[in-house]
Design a protein around this ligand. Structure first.
Ligand code: SF4
Ligand code: SF4
Length: 89
């Protein structure tokens, strides 16, 4: 099953305020960029040679905060009632 299909099984209530903020200036100096492979929802991508982050597909696992090599991530859960809802809890 493709990632898009898996994410399509979840319900997201998007908040216009991002719950995760990435200081992408620090990403320019990050050698390994582990978030690209480490985020299970594919929220980190390279576009036009730069790292871009999209919080809307975030499944709130916390991986990016732990593996970030440059302490570039301000991580919070979404505000109440926003974010991902899982089918089985
Ligand atoms: S690991 Fe952190 S600093 Fe490195 S590219 Fe990802 S978010 Fe940016
Ligand atoms: S919390 Fe998990 S799903 Fe959300 S952006 Fe970070 S690694 Fe990706």
């Amino acid at each position: 099953m493709k990632l898009e299909e898996k994410l399509g099984r979840l319900v997201f209530n998007f908040d216009k305020e991002p719950h995760i903020i990435v200081d992408t200036d620090r990403c320019q100096k990050c050698d390994h960029q582990p978030c690209l492979a480490g985020c299970p929802a594919g929220c980190f991508k390279i576009e036009a040679g730069k790292l871009v982050f999209n919080y809307e597909d975030c499944i709130e696992c916390g991986t990016c905060k732990i593996i970030c090599e440059k302490d570039a991530i301000k991580w919070n859960y979404p505000r109440g009632s926003f974010g991902v809802a899982y089918q089985y809890g």
